[in-house]
Design a binder for this molecule. Structure first.
Ligand SMILES: Cc1cc2nc3c(=O)[nH]c(=O)nc-3n(C[C@H](O)[C@H](O)[C@H](O)COP(=O)(O)OP(=O)(O)OC[C@H]3O[C@@H](n4cnc5c(N)ncnc54)[C@H](O)[C@@H]3O)c2cc1C
Length: 537
């Protein structure tokens, strides 16, 4: 347990318990403890704060949201004075920023580290949550905020024979504090999602040989790494609220305005011009959403984008066979990937692309990894195999709501929740960016959600101390989200967005696809109608 947090949790009675001390948990703590004056603690199983930015220390780890919107706005001074060095901050800089926020607001004294919450049970008679830690401590809180992370529950496939392997296996999402020196080594990377492509492009120059074990090729565009733009800094300083409101009122809160022009309403030449400009500018979300309005909803529009990227892959990658292997066959409709020089990496003599779709990984050997067609000798294998996203960490906590209802049962066929924040029959429990939240960049949206549901907590305090969402309101929210998702190509493209990256996980809609502006309008309307669809008592 941290020496800055309280000594023991056992027997504590809190107003608010917060699980997680990442971007979400930290602001939730500041908000309820300092702005609302409640007795609150945050609990995290990590030895230090930062969540994602504590755990993911792998080479090349950085945000792919513009740094300008990867920040809190509640502290205006820090919002404008923090000197982001890069357009897309590297992990150490994000972690330093979060520590600066925590230090300035003296948050660490209210965080208990190295403590995992394993159970949460609603006590109807006492109107409070009973929480149990992995060490067996029990404590209580009238309100429970779960900031457990959208991409935090790591997933790693088990290849047989791990004990035989003489080399080292590293999990990207639990990167060690003292990693081995990979310079000159034979390194394998399994996984080519957002994390994999960052590692591959970061390591290719320094390792002896890099084996990229690819099951699914990815549409990847340049990120456009560079110094933090002066023009953005000026804009933020001149009008911080205006800048924050502008960002929040875009669809994806990624620091650009989405296009309203169909890809099919312009000439081929104009499309090429727009795509080329976006390719030069960088940012995956911008390529997907700032170029044209219908890439993620129309198969024909989508194909114009994939034809363009396919052309780039084949013009960049020298070996036609490798280029073909790197070319996806599905829609451009996953969380978009962006890294500078990704496809160029495969022209290097010390990089080998291994197709493990046609010849799957079978097992470890003493020397390395064995696929259906050969053995690859490795000193280090890096697993960049993703996350049990969105629902994973909620379901790892044995959570029981009203009438003995288990969350694990309620979500058996996929999550059910309202507004991305509340779950019917789980009163006084609030999720930060839970299932059915908007499909956006996170920190500013975390803040917005936390402000919204803690204002609801204030309302609950005035109306009996308990608030629960109505089942019918939850059903309606889920139906809206399902309908929105069904109108997109995300629904039919395998990815963590719909749960299809995890064997056995039910495929489900899990996001609100109406954009942040639409989301805020719906949330504000609920609040203005006296918290329509919520029961107090
Ligand atoms: C490599 C990477 C890059 C990313 N880049 C971006 C980006 O560019 N833009 C963007 O918007 N988002 C990005 N994300 C998503 C990122 O997770 C969020 O932006 C944000 O950091 C989430 O903050 P959080 O507080 O909700 O959760 P997290 O940062 O995941 O923190 C949750 C914390 O809760 C702890 N926890 C969970 N369950 C328990 C439990 N039962 N008991 C105790 N502790 C628990 C976890 O260990 C963790 O420390 C990225 C994610 C990854 C993995």
């Amino acid at each position: 347990m941290s020496d800055s947090g309280p000594d023991t949790l056992d027997g504590r009675e809190l107003d608010v318990a917060i699980i997680g001390a990442g971007v979400g948990g930290l602001y939730a703590l500041q908000r309820v403890r300092d702005q609302l004056g409640m007795n609150a603690l945050a609990i995290d199983d990590a030895p230090a704060l930062g969540g994602t930015w504590f755990w993911n220390k792998y080479p090349g780890c950085r945000v792919d949201t513009e740094s300008s919107v990867y920040a809190y706005s509640f502290d205006k001074d820090l919002f404008v004075d923090w000197e982001w060095s890069e357009r897309y901050a590297l992990q150490p800089e994000v972690l330093a920023y979060l520590n600066a926020v925590a230090d300035k607001h003296d948050l660490k004294r209210s965080i208990v580290f190295e403590t995992r919450i394993t159970e949460a049970t609603w006590n109807e008679d006492k109107s409070r949550w009973a929480l149990t830690t992995a060490a067996g401590d029990t404590f209580h809180a009238r309100y429970l905020i779960e900031g457990v992370g959208l991409l935090s529950s790591s997933y790693a496939p088990e290849f047989p024979g791990r004990g035989d392997f003489r080399g080292e296996v590293l999990l990207a999402s639990k990167w060690p504090d003292n990693p081995p020196d990979l310079a000159g080594k034979r390194v394998g990377v399994v996984g080519t999602g957002s994390t994999g492509i960052q590692i591959i492009t970061a390591l290719a120059e320094t390792v002896g040989h890099l084996y990229v074990f690819q099951r699914t090729p990815q549409w990847c565009v340049p990120l456009g790494v560079g110094p933090f733009p002066d023009a953005t800094r000026r804009r933020m300083r001149e009008d911080p609220e205006g800048f924050r409101d502008w960002a929040l009122n875009t669809g994806a809160v990624f620091g650009f305005v989405e296009s309203t022009v169909s890809a099919l309403d312009v000439s081929h030449e104009e499309r090429q011009r727009v795509y080329e400009a976006a390719w030069q500018k960088g940012n995956g979300f911008a390529f997907m959403l700032e170029t044209f309005s219908d890439i993620v909803v129309s198969p024909e529009a989508n194909q114009t984008a994939t034809d363009f990227i396919k052309g780039k892959i084949h013009s960049i990658v020298n070996d036609p066979g490798t280029a073909e292997l790197l070319t996806p066959k599905d829609y451009y409709a996953k969380r978009p990937l962006a890294a500078d020089g990704y496809y160029e990496t495969f022209n290097r003599d010390n990089v080998t692309l291994v197709d493990v779709k046609s010849a799957p990984i079978e097992r470890f050997s003493r020397a390395g990894l064995v696929t259906a067609t050969g053995e690859y000798a490795l000193d280090t294998l890096i697993l960049a195999t993703g996350f049990d996203a969105i629902t994973g960490n909620y379901l790892r906590i044995e959570t029981t709501g009203r009438g003995g209802l288990r969350l694990q049962d309620k979500w058996k066929e996929g999550p059910r929740a309202r507004c991305g924040m509340t779950i019917a029959d789980f009163p006084n429990l609030f999720m930060v960016f839970g299932p059915f939240s908007p499909f956006t960049s996170q920190p500013l949206v975390h803040e917005w959600q936390i402000d919204w549901f803690t204002t609801l907590v204030q309302e609950a305090e005035a109306r009996g101390g308990v608030v629960d969402t109505e089942q019918s309101a939850e059903d309606a929210w889920v139906a809206t989200c399902q309908e929105q998702m069904a109108g997109t190509l995300f629904a039919v493209t395998d990815s963590w967005i719909n749960g299809s990256n995890i064997p056995g996980k039910p495929r489900a809609s899990m996001a609100y696809m109406g954009g942040m502006a639409g989301y805020m309008a719906e949330m504000n309307a609920i609040a203005e109608a006296g918290y329509r669809g919520f029961r107090f008592g």
